[in-house]
Ligand binder design. Structure first.
Ligand code: PGA
Length: 261
């Protein structure tokens, strides 16, 4: 795992945008895995800014797979992750809506939604680069503590803490759905490169447990320790619980420029 301790959330966004653009420049038909939540918003805004400035690679052939989706929201709800990704990123990058996929939360199809999503990802050739955030309770996508480290896309129940964390996007806690469809931890491990972004002091404990703690289902993001190509980009606050920060910085500073993340 490569841990990159940066100073600010803006620096995290710049390096994340550089990394995403490098993948698309190298492979114009790249398959991107996209996360929602507050953390990637600066990165997405930076990608859109560069696209509008004319300095970005073309996204016309890119396909995207969202990490997760709420169950129980009316179709087109502005807080659905399908609507959020379109609004924050893919529409502005000129990626056609039929190239952006998410787990299908339609009620009648829920028993097969996970299997269908796994098949769609496999049919696209797998995910080249998966953007990830981390929950304050250590969740990765919506795999809450206790999730199987081998899990695939399926329906899950959110913890009270996650619903409280996400209440800011809704009118009240009662409006936050209880159920979600989420890529499993095993699904995430199949992506070729994982890019975890964490900013702010609220993430410090969960991030330290994931990066330096034991591999454990009670710390779902610790599953990243099993993946051969993980980049963890942190601002100063999110890195504040780590013990080996000086070493991570030394390794990163000594990296040859050609290597990238
Ligand atoms: P956040 O959410 O980026 O809004 O903090 C991250 C997550 O819940 O995975």
């Amino acid at each position: 795992m490569e841990v990159v301790p940066l100073d600010t959330a803006a620096e995290v966004a710049t390096l994340a945008a550089d990394t995403i653009e490098a993948v698309v420049a190298a492979r114009p038909s790249a398959v991107l895995g996209l996360a929602t939540g507050s953390t990637p918003l600066l990165t997405y805004a930076e990608l859109v800014r560069r696209h509008e400035h004319g300095s970005a690679p073309s996204y016309a052939q890119v396909r995207c797979f969202n990490l997760d989706e709420y169950v129980g929201l009316p179709p087109g709800h502005p807080q659905s992750y399908r609507a959020t990704i379109a609004r924050e990123l893919t529409d502005a990058l000129g990626i056609a809506p039929d190239r952006v996929h998410g787990p299908d939360p339609e009620e009648a199809g829920l028993p097969t939604a996970g299997e269908r999503y796994e098949a769609a990802i496999a049919a696209a050739g797998g995910i080249d680069l998966q953007v990830l955030g981390i929950g304050t309770d250590g969740h990765l996508a919506f795999n809450e503590p206790g999730s199987s480290l081998a899990s695939l896309t399926r329906i899950k129940t959110l913890t009270e803490r996650t619903r409280q964390d996400n209440a800011r996007f809704f009118g009240s806690l009662d409006d936050v759905p209880r159920h979600v469809l989420t890529q499993g931890l095993g699904t995430i491990l199949r992506a070729r490169h994982l890019l975890l972004l964490a900013t702010g002091a609220a993430k410090a404990a969960a991030l330290a447990a994931a990066v330096e703690g034991p591999l454990a289902a009670s710390s779902p993001a610790s599953v990243l320790q099993l993946h051969p190509h993980v980049s963890v980009l942190l601002d100063r606050e999110a890195a504040s619980g780590l013990t080996r920060t000086a070493h991570y910085r030394e390794v990163y500073d000594a990296k040859p420029a050609w290597q990238g993340l």
